[in-house]
Design a protein around this ligand. Sequence first.
Ligand code: ZN
Length: 84
Amino acid sequence: MGAMPKEAYVRCVICKIGEIRQGKATVTLERDGTTLVIKGVPASVCDNCGEEYVDEETADRLLKTAAEAVRAKVQVDIREYVEA
Ligand SMILES: [Zn+2]
């Protein structure tokens, strides 16, 4: 998971070959013994290497969701991303 590049339709910063396209990603977050899999996360995905870029707001939501799961002592959970 990388930071969203500022310009639209830029080349992937990881492989420098692929083009970044809007799509959905499945993000896995692991922290403090909690593994959270979140499906349907709005992301930009490289069409070459598959690197996923999420914007700041989405990354923020994901981190908050993970923090809540840690507090609830969840071990493993699979969820759908909920839009703000
Ligand atoms: Zn790439």
